[in-house]
Design a protein around this ligand. Structure first.
Ligand code: ZN
Length: 395
């Protein structure tokens, strides 16, 4: 195997990636708002990002950029003034995109706005309501069971109004305008594997590439909210989409599961072959799945009007582990060893792409004269084996 494909963990930034995740973990992110901005400002300490603000109401294909949501505080108090649900103790407690509210409601009415996980009664679920204006709280099932009849004070200090959708890019020019695109989502609150592991891996891959003296490809890293972010990005960059030759959606790269590659919709592009090759030669368990229109932002990149050569490389696929979209996707669920392993495999894929070239014969009419180039063995010349001779003749 080519030396560049070997996976060397000795200089891996596994610990640094984990530290970045820890720093970003407390921030309440959503598809818009200050949590995303704060997140991107922290990433900016590592790589120089170009940040864009797209106004609410901007038409992006069949969608509109939504109102901007920000949250400051939220709680539910019982009749004794005791906070039974408190946003300050976990930002997953708030239904993401909840409208502001302050009123007292009986338990029966409150329950219509509560979400729990009866199968995992100690975990808080992560729920959103981006496109339907409502309010709600997420809590452990145990807490729900402890709520007694009576009135509850519901307080949500949020804002949902005209504003912007925020996303960032980092472009690293190579020797050609042909681009490799890496995309990660930035819209989940305190969730480590789904969201933060992708941001951390993208950041450290970008750092690695920017320190190289020469690159064949140009590399573009985009940090966007899921779905609406990739739709917005595509609509604003349609004129240069043709530069994208390969790409990967980075997500869920910090947990203990083995790597899973979801192919591009075309299924046989160079990135599909490159990822499969690296996984095959890694000596580790892995899975390769065909494209399906459910998942992360590959859904938009591979939509029929673009059909880009972009797949998605994760560890355990989204939605197939119980911790997914719950408070159990926390700082214990990811660790530096798995982050380092994902980093090494992504790097091996990049190195493969950088070197995956075919030489073109510029002298195809008859054999070139080997002797004038010192390549033909004459009597008394250096010893060559029959294999060497045949190799040269085939070339
Ligand atoms: Zn998610």
């Amino acid at each position: 195997m080519n030396k560049d494909l070997e996976m060397d963990d000795s200089n891996s930034p596994g610990l640094e990636m984990y530290q970045l995740i820890s720093e970003l973990y407390p921030i309440c992110r959503s598809i818009t708002g200050d949590g995303v901005r704060k997140t991107l400002q922290i990433v900016q300490h590592h790589i120089p990002l170009e940040t864009y603000e797209v106004p609410t109401g901007t038409a992006v294909y069949d969608w509109l950029v939504p109102k901007e949501w920000n949250i400051h505080d939220a709680y539910v108090k019982d009749q004794n003034g005791h906070k039974v649900i408190d946003f300050q103790s976990s930002n997953l407690h708030i239904l993401n995109y909840s409208i502001p509210i302050h009123k007292t409601v009986p338990l029966a009415e409150l329950k219509q706005h509560l979400f729990t996980l009866p199968d995992y009664p100690d975990w808080i679920p992560y729920r959103t309501s981006y496109y339907e204006e409502t309010w709600g709280f997420c809590l452990t099932h145990h807490t729900l069971q402890d709520l007694t009849e009576g009135d509850y004070e519901v307080y949500i200090d949020s804002s949902l109004k005209e504003g912007h959708l925020t996303y960032s890019e980092y472009f690293i020019p190579g020797s050609t305008p042909d681009e490799v695109l890496f995309s990660c989502h930035t819209c989940h609150p305190s969730l480590c594997n789904d969201n933060l592991s992708g941001i951390a891996l993208a950041t450290y891959l970008a750092k690695n590439l920017s320190s190289r003296s020469s690159l064949r490809y140009s590399y573009r890293f985009i940090f966007i909210p899921g779905t609406i972010g990739s739709i917005t990005w595509l609509s604003r960059n349609e004129d240069r989409i043709h530069h994208i030759k390969h790409g990967l959606v980075i997500a869920g790269v910090g947990n203990s599961g083995s790597l899973t590659y979801k192919k591009s919709r075309r299924g046989n592009t160079e990135i599909d072959r490159a990822v499969t090759h690296v996984l095959q030669h890694s000596g580790d368990n892995y899975t390769v799945n065909d494209f399906s229109p459910y998942g992360y932002d590959e859904r938009q990149y591979c939509s029929p009007g673009f059909n880009l050569p972009i797949g998605s490389l994760t560890r355990t696929p989204f939605g197939t582990y119980p911790e997914y979209h719950t408070s159990a996707d926390n700082l214990e669920f990811v660790n530096q060893t798995y982050l380092a392993d994902s980093f090494a495999k992504y790097l091996a894929i990049i190195n493969l792409l950088e070197h995956n070239q075919t030489y073109l014969n510029t002298n195809p009419k008859c054999e070139p004269q080997l002797g004038t180039r010192g390549l033909y063995t004459t009597l008394g010349g250096k010893q060559t084996t029959p294999d060497d001779r045949m190799a040269i003749l085939w070339v």
